[in-house]
Write a protein that binds this ligand. Structure first.
Ligand code: ZN
Length: 485
C-alpha cells in the first residue's frame, strides 16, 4: 500500500472537519432544515403507555368529538400531513382529537396524543395557522418535554402519581381544577406547565415540521402572537399553558433566514369546510366542563346523524372495559407475518380462512369480536389498484353486515415502507349498551398489497367509545407488522 501522501493528509483532516461540522455550516445559504435528535427521555413504550392512560382520563373528564366527526377527520388528516415529514426513528404514534371547548387551547400528552379545542379551530384564519398549533404541540411530544420536565423536578413517584400530576396540569390548565381527580391521583404534585425554553424549542422544531410539510413557519409564530395581542377573553388560556418565550415571530424569522424559499400551502377549501362545520357544533366553556366532570358526568359525545352532539349528559363508567384493555407490554406473533400484540391478548388462527385474530379473551363473544384485530388475506376481482381492492372488500363486509358504513375517504398510509390504504368504518358492535341496542363500533381497516394480486387486510375493532384508548396499541401493532416470505 502507498504511504500516506502529503496530499491525502489535509484531505483526511478536511474530512474529519466535514463530519464534525453541523450540516447547515456546509450547505451554505439555502440549507434545508433537518429535525434535531431529540434523545429519549424514557423508554418509548413507557411514554406511550403513560399517554394512553392519560387519554382515557381525558375522555372521562372532557367532551371529545367522536373520531367520525368531519372536524376530527380534518384535523387528523392535517396532523398526519405534518407527521409524515418526521423521520421514522423519531416519530410517535400521533393521534389527534378535538375537544368541544370554546377556549383557545391545545395540549399534547406523552407518546403522541394531541388535543385541540374547537375554539382554536375557530380562531385560526387559515389552515397554516392551525397547522402551526398542531406542529407546536407535536414538537412537545417530539422533544418529550413533559417527561423531561418531570425528570428535571427529580420526580421519583410511581407512574400513577406522575400521571396524576400530568393530568392535573393538563386538565388543570385546559378544563379548570378537577378536585375529584386531584384527590384521587395527587394532582398538583408536579407542575407540568412548559418552561419558556421548552416553548421556544417547540416553536423552533414546529417551524421545521411546518417548512417540511409545505407551510410557512411564520404562520405558527404569528398565530401565537395574535393570541397574545388579543389579551383578555379566551386568548391567554393557551398562553398560560404555553408561556410566551419572547418575540416568537422574530425568533422564527431568524431561524428560517437561510432556508430555501418555497411555495407555501396557506389556506384550503378543506379548512374552510371544517371551520364551518366546527361553528355548528356545541362548544362548552372551561367552567361548564369543570362542573360536568365534578358531578361525574361528561357531555354525550356521540353525535346524532347530523353531526350535532346531543346531550347533555350520561353517567360515566357504566361500561367496564377493564378486562380487555392491553397490558402495555407486547409480544410477537410469528407466522406468515409477524406482528407485536399486547401480551394479555391471544392470537388464534382460523384453520379455514387462514386469518389470524388477535384479541383479549373477554373481547370475543359468540356474536363476534368486540375488541381486537383480525389479519386476513383477500383476493380482489379485476382490481386495477389497491383502492379498488379495498372498496371491494368494504362492499363485501357491507353485504355480510348492512350496518357497516364507511367514514371518510381512503387514505394513503405506509406500513414499514409498504404503501397501503387506511379507512375508518362504523358499524354495530356485538356488545349492547344499557338500552339493549348494539353499541356503535369503530373499525379501522388497513389494506396492503400482497403477491399475485392478493391483498392483506388488517381490521382493528373496538366500540367507538373505547377506540381512542386502543388506538395507540393498534398503531403500535400496525407499525410492527411485517410479511414473512
Ligand atoms: Zn407549548
Amino acid at each position: 500500500m502507498r504511504p500516506l501522501s502529503a496530499f491525502s493528509r489535509p484531505l483526511a483532516v478536511l474530512l474529519v472537519f466535514v463530519l464534525a461540522c453541523p450540516a447547515w455550516m456546509l450547505a451554505g445559504v439555502s440549507a434545508e432544515p433537518s429535525l434535531p435528535d431529540p434523545g429519549l427521555a424514557a423508554p418509548r413504550d413507557q411514554q406511550i403507555q403513560l399517554g394512553q392512560k392519560a387519554v382515557a382520563e381525558v375522555y372521562k373528564q372532557m367532551p371529545i368529538l367522536p373520531d367520525s366527526s368531519p372536524v376530527t377527520l380534518y384535523v387528523r388528516s392535517l396532523g398526519h400531513r405534518l407527521q409524515r415529514v418526521i423521520p421514522e426513528e423519531y416519530n410517535w404514534p400521533y393521534q389527534f382529537h378535538v375537544v368541544q371547548q370554546s377556549d383557545i387551547n391545545a395540549f399534547a400528552l406523552p407518546g403522541g396524543p394531541v388535543f385541540v379545542n374547537l375554539g382554536t379551530i375557530l380562531a385560526a384564519d387559515n389552515e397554516a395557522e392551525l397547522a402551526g398549533v398542531l406542529a407546536h404541540e407535536m414538537s412537545h411530544v417530539y422533544m418529550q418535554h413533559s417527561i423531561k420536565g418531570m425528570r428535571k423536578q427529580g420526580t421519583t413517584q410511581a407512574a400513577g402519581q406522575i400521571l396524576g400530576g400530568l393530568l392535573g396540569a393538563v386538565l388543570g390548565g385546559a378544563a379548570g381544577a378537577l378536585a375529584n381527580l386531584g384527590a384521587q391521583l395527587g394532582a398538583g404534585v408536579i407542575s407540568m406547565r412548559y418552561s419558556r425554553a421548552d416553548e421556544a424549542q417547540a416553536d423552533a422544531v414546529g417551524a421545521i415540521i411546518m417548512w417540511k410539510a409545505g407551510y410557512n413557519p411564520l404562520r405558527l409564530a404569528q398565530f401565537f402572537q395574535k393570541l397574545a395581542a388579543k389579551g383578555g377573553g379566551s386568548g391567554p388560556q393557551f398562553l398560560s399553558d404555553h408561556p410566551d418565550p419572547g418575540d416568537r415571530v422574530q425568533a422564527v424569522q431568524h431561524e428560517i433566514r437561510n432556508w430555501p424559499s418555497r411555495q407555501y400551502r396557506d389556506d384550503t377549501p378543506e379548512f374552510a369546510q371544517a371551520r364551518q362545520e366546527a361553528r355548528s357544533l356545541r362548544a362548552y366553556s372551561a367552567q361548564q366542563i369543570h362542573e360536568m366532570a365534578r358531578s361525574g358526568q361528561t357531555p354525550h359525545n356521540v353525535s346524532d346523524p347530523d353531526g350535532v352532539p346531543t346531550g347533555p349528559s350520561r353517567p360515566r363508567g357504566s361500561a367496564d372495559s377493564s378486562g380487555v384493555m392491553p397490558s402495555g407490554s407486547f409480544q410477537q406473533f410469528q407466522g406468515t407475518f409477524s406482528i407485536e400484540h399486547p401480551s394479555n391478548w391471544q392470537a388464534t388462527r382460523d384453520q379455514q380462512s387462514g386469518g389470524v385474530t388477535i384479541a383479549p379473551q373477554a373481547g370475543v363473544s359468540q356474536n363476534g369480536i368486540a375488541y381486537g384485530a383480525v389479519v386476513g388475506q383477500f383476493q380482489p376481482r379485476n382490481a386495477n389498484n389497491l383502492d379498488d381492492a379495498t372498496q371491494q372488500l368494504i362492499a363485501t363486509l357491507q353485504q355480510q353486515n348492512p350496518g357497516i358504513r364507511q367514514a371518510g375517504k381512503l387514505q394513503s398510509i405506509r406500513v414499514n415502507g409498504v404503501p397501503g390504504k387506511s379507512v375508518d368504518l362504523l358499524g354495530p358492535s356485538p356488545l349492547a349498551g344499557p338500552d339493549g341496542q348494539p353499541l356503535p363500533e369503530h373499525d379501522w381497516l388497513v389494506t396492503l398489497p400482497n403477491s399475485d394480486g392478493a391483498a392483506i387486510s388488517l381490521v382493528f375493532v373496538a366500540p367507538e367509545k373505547d377506540f381512542p384508548r386502543l388506538r395507540p396499541t393498534y398503531e403500535h401493532m400496525l407499525k410492527t407488522f411485517h410479511l414473512n416470505e
